[in-house]
Design a binder for this molecule. Structure first.
Ligand SMILES: [Zn+2]
Length: 210
């Protein structure tokens, strides 16, 4: 049994779906950031090597990342494969991953850019308790937040221009990698607009774990 890969732009609900996939498949969710931190903390040979790059402010080379993944895949909880989150980001990384692990399925959660911009830019939080509101879907009540506060906080990096720039970066990075897996016949494009439950069901059906 191999592993799966989950892709999705910021604001597509990837975190929620990732949790549901993990609950159903039992495959742990692994991100390169988490794996790097764990390897560094564990002080393995490759962890020590990675730490050297990080301390000098350099990017950790793909070859080192792949060895960290290789190590992670030998852990008992990865016996049934893992769910890669945010990896691979490049074709060389995908090719390196192909050499060490079978990829059974790649799930790409797809949401039109305009929809994501609407979701993210309308979002704000209560300044005192952090509750999340949205201009259209869940506006702050006239009586204020349930915590008693009337003060809202909007993140500057949630402006439309910033969100569109983030999406551009995402598409530019993801497109070639998605095509790589499409050629391998394992890419599933899942419509990420609509009911959370229905989206989960579509993903689980694509994974064959209905
Ligand atoms: Zn509040």
């Amino acid at each position: 049994m191999g592993s799966i890969i989950l892709f999705g732009p910021p604001g597509a609900g990837k975190g929620t779906q990732a949790q549901r996939i993990v609950d159903r498949t039992g495959q742990p969710q692994v991100s390169t950031g988490d794996m790097l931190r764990a390897a560094v903390a564990a002080g393995t040979d490759v962890g020590i090597e990675a730490k050297g790059y990080m301390q000098s402010g350099a990017l950790v080379p793909d070859e080192v990342i792949v060895r960290i993944i290789q190590e992670r895949l030998t852990e008992p909880d990865a016996a049934l494969g893992v769910m890669f989150d945010g990896f691979p980001r490049t074709i060389p990384q995908a090719e390196a991953l192909d050499r060490i692990e079978t990829i059974d399925a790649v799930i790409s959660i797809e949401v039109p850019d305009d929809e994501i911009v609407g979701r993210i830019t309308g979002r704000y939080t209560c300044k005192s308790c952090g509750r999340v509101f949205h201009d259209l879907h869940l506006p702050l009540p006239k009586t204020g937040c349930p915590c008693g506060s009337f003060e809202e906080l909007r993140r500057a990096d949630d402006s439309e221009a910033t969100v569109r720039a983030r999406l551009e970066t995402y598409h530019a990075q993801t497109r070639p990698v998605a095509e790589h897996y499409d050629r391998a016949g394992v890419l599933h494009r899942i419509n990420g607009v609509g009911d959370v439950e229905e989206i989960s069901n579509a993903i689980l059906a694509a994974l064959g774990v209905e």
